[in-house]
Design a protein around this ligand. Structure first.
Ligand SMILES: *[C@@H]1O[C@H](CO)[C@@H](O)[C@H](O)[C@H]1NC(C)=O
Length: 453
């Protein structure tokens, strides 16, 4: 008896000895999580939902229902203006034969489903609550924005595999690879956990190795990845920002490592390519095509490196009849025009790319003051649902990459991650920290959804 309890006590102590403390904003708990549950001094491990607890700076933990991953993807500074109105009408065209979405169902993230269920439960109007709850059935991507979240991927892949076995319907697990050192080099809200100056490249390679190790355990489950929102686009237009210029060599080396590893593991990968109001400007198209094609060729021209993802976490429509005035004369005033201009330039450089387009928050148009505004845009609505009926053979699927309801960035000017874009007049305020749940914003996305929920 005595020796048994002594042994148990020893075992209970082990994690404290073997695991480091979790940094601010890092994951500290949740189903499938195996890392440290202790936060560094000054932050508190706060349960966001069953799948995620996070180290939140400051003494007070946010209310238990808020949600988390730092999913925000601010777009870019350096780009001119913006897109147009009218929700994307969806024409019909046959997708290309090599479309990785064909014949598959998309696995629903239990994490996002839990966020949505908690949010819907807070809504008193029964009609709105029912619409809100229905969002849990719309597939989004899951953002792996810290190394601590990687074990969750194994949980999801195992779950997808058992769904596949029990239903006979092949599953795709959709992920965002998002943990570059000196991440988000042109903005502030989505700073990452790794820095170039502090072993960032080696830490990133370890993060990629861990992701790929999970994926390789489930070879019969298809994985589709969006690769590093904003990173390569920043190298096209934002090298005037010192942090981006300094990051260039490392971003390219990390991308090369990651893209080779992901494609070798059979992951269908789309590199993030900003949006129409960023790389869609005529002066940016050729340099963008050159960079993406070079990265593609350097990574071995794998057929699994399918192409590019556009409009991630942004608000542009796929196709509009009339340009939003803020597009200020960009001939590529919506995502379809952008893709149709970029694809031939890529082709010319030897990259036969196809595309996926985020329409998760693109239901309403003509909302922004400037095309470059990206933070919690007021009166945005959920957009066209994910579909392979895209109207263009260049577009494999309309997708929802940004989980609608997760905040883009805080409007609190005292916060270390404050980005002034989140306090502009077209940004919904007050807004909590990036990645945490933004209930009022979610409710607005639901009520403004187009097509309606
Ligand atoms: C704003 O951020 C500061 C610094 O993190 C914090 O002390 C303060 O409570 C925050 N204010 C609100 C309204 O959240």
């Amino acid at each position: 008896m005595k020796s048994t309890s002594a042994l148990l006590a020893l075992v209970a102590l082990l994690p404290a000895f073997t695991q480091a403390q979790t940094a601010q904003w890092g994951q500290c708990g949740g189903i499938g999580f195996t890392g440290s549950t202790t936060c560094v001094a000054g932050s508190v491990c706060t349960k966001q939902n069953d799948y995620y607890s996070q180290c939140i700076p400051g003494a007070q933990a946010p209310p238990a229902t808020t949600a988390p991953p730092a999913t925000s993807v601010p777009p870019a500074t350096g780009a001119p203006s913006k897109p147009s109105s009218a929700p994307g009408s969806t024409p019909t065209t046959v997708p290309s034969a090599s479309n990785p979405f064909n014949g598959f169902e998309i696995y629903l993230s239990p994490y996002y489903a839990a966020e949505v269920a908690a949010a819907a439960a807070k809504i008193t109007d029964p009609t709105l609550a029912a619409k809100a709850a229905s969002v849990a059935k719309i597939p989004t991507f899951t953002w792996f924005d810290t190394v601590d979240k990687v074990p969750q991927l194994g949980t999801y892949l195992a779950d997808a595999q058992s769904i596949q076995k029990s239903t006979g319907k092949k599953q795709i697990v959709q992920i965002v690879v998002y943990d570059l050192p000196d991440r988000d080099c042109a903005a502030k809200a989505s700073n990452g956990e790794f820095s170039i100056a502090n072993n960032g490249q080696a830490n990133y390679e370890d993060y990629i190795d861990k992701l790929v190790a999970q994926i390789k355990q489930f070879p019969d489950v298809r994985v589709v990845a969006v690769y590093e929102p904003d990173s390569l686009a920043n190298l096209v237009t934002n090298l005037n920002v010192a942090k981006c210029a300094n990051a260039k060599t490392t971003y390219l080396a990390c991308a090369n490592y990651a893209l080779k590893a992901l494609t070798a593991a059979g992951v269908y990968t789309y590199m993030d390519a900003g949006h129409a109001g960023w790389l869609g400007w005529p002066a940016n198209l050729t340099p963008a095509a050159q960079l993406f094609a070079q990265v593609y060729k350097d990574a071995g021209s794998s057929p699994f490196l399918k192409g590019l993802a556009t409009n991630v976490a942004n608000y542009n429509a796929l196709s509009v009849a009339t340009p939003d005035p803020i597009t200020q004369g960009d001939p590529n005033f919506d995502e379809l025009h952008y893709i149709q201009a970029l694809a031939p330039a890529l082709q010319q450089q030897g990259f036969p790319a196809t595309f996926i387009v985020d329409q998760g928050r693109s239901g309403q148009q003509n909302l922004r003051q400037q095309w470059g505004d990206w933070c919690n845009i007021k009166n945005a609505g959920f957009g066209t649902r994910p579909t392979t009926n895209t109207g263009s053979p260049l577009i494999d699927s309309i997708v929802w990459v940004k989980p609608g309801g997760e905040c883009d960035g805080t409007s609190n000017s005292s916060s270390p991650r404050f980005d002034s874009t989140c306090a502009l007049s077209d940004a919904h305020q007050p807004a909590p920290e990036a990645g945490t749940w933004f209930q009022a914003y979610f409710e607005n996305l639901v009520s403004k959804a187009n097509p309606p929920l």
